[in-house]
Design a protein around this ligand. Sequence first.
Ligand SMILES: Nc1ncnc2c1ncn2[C@@H]1O[C@H](COP(=O)(O)OP(=O)(O)OP(=O)(O)O)[C@@H](O)[C@H]1O
Length: 377
Amino acid sequence: MPPKLIGPYRVMDTLGSGGVGTVYRALDRRTNDTVALKLLSAAPALDARAARRLAREYETLAELAHPNVVKVFDVGVFQGYPYLVMELIEGLTLRHYLDLRGSDLHSPSGSFSLPRSRALPSDDDSDSWGDAEDSDDSESPFNLAAFSEEEPSEDMNLHGGAESVRALADAADEPDTEGSDDTRPSPALADPKVQLVERRIQEARTDELNRPERMGRLKDAMLQVCEALAYIHGHGLVHRDLKPSNIMVDEDRQVRLMDFGLAKFLADDAGLTGDGRFVGTFRYMSPEQILGEPLDARADLYSLGVILYELLSGRPPFDAKTPSQLWQQVLEVEPAPVLAINLKGDPQLARVAHRLLRKELDDRYQTAEEVYEALAE
Ligand SMILES: Nc1ncnc2c1ncn2[C@@H]1O[C@H](COP(=O)(O)OP(=O)(O)OP(=O)(O)O)[C@@H](O)[C@H]1O
């Protein structure tokens, strides 16, 4: 049962749940405004020092005002747990918005009609090692692994930070003694009929991805994300947890970037909490974030590259069974060309995605403005 009252806010219903807490539709009893309230119930109860830090973070967030950045109205502490009050977006997450088709998109006003976001399955930004054998969710009341949208695992419990990450990546270099990387096709897959069916399915998938109006929406949304990033970077902020579920599109097709500042509040400069756990979603993390190095705006541009790559090709640039395998790939392996996966994909957007995904920071675009220019060409 959700609480009825959180500070001066009356809880109306639940909009969704993520790794660190739950987002409620709520009424501000002082103004009668409807807002979205994110209660970080997976966080540790705040001591007085952390509550003061939250208030300081809020001062930075409250100053932000940009059409593509969700407005933050208030922060507070409820029964020891921090909450964030923000503008209520009547819209969809980016992935769901791109999945809309036909009649959903053509209302007389030019806006799109919504299957309500709460009625949709949660956005699947999560990594696919939820059933990894090393799962262990008994560690901590503040479950940052959950914030990372994966099932917690020992690998994610990184006491010692960057050094441990490097050790894990090194360990991932060891040959797989269980032979799970045996890539020989099974007899069934070698069957030409099966191969033909596989090819047809793949073609149908990429035709769906390449629908011209989907591509138009993707490009338009990416341009707006660049505007939002340019704005927050201009204010000295790094998002640190950019992913499709943190990008919402409202009924007027206006993109809103959300959840910036949260990762910073939850972690120190290297993206680690006091006990050495990561904050952020592994699948979208840049090499420098994995290595626990100080982050700048270019880490967000890398995450934007992962998002663009996924939305163009239908699959993530790196696919691994465990976090350590993923890290090893992010640090050492070049992603397969988007156009090798989606033969009829947009070459310009594919080029942008690959440059965003460069491992060396200096090889990437350096600013969100540059990415905007490249997308708009
Ligand atoms: N400002 C908002 N207005 C309307 N709906 C929102 C708002 N913020 C979040 N939501 C809804 O609540 C859901 C859960 O959001 P939340 O931020 O908790 O999860 P998440 O982004 O999937 O995960 P994480 O906690 O890892 O960032 C979102 O998918 C979205 O549908």
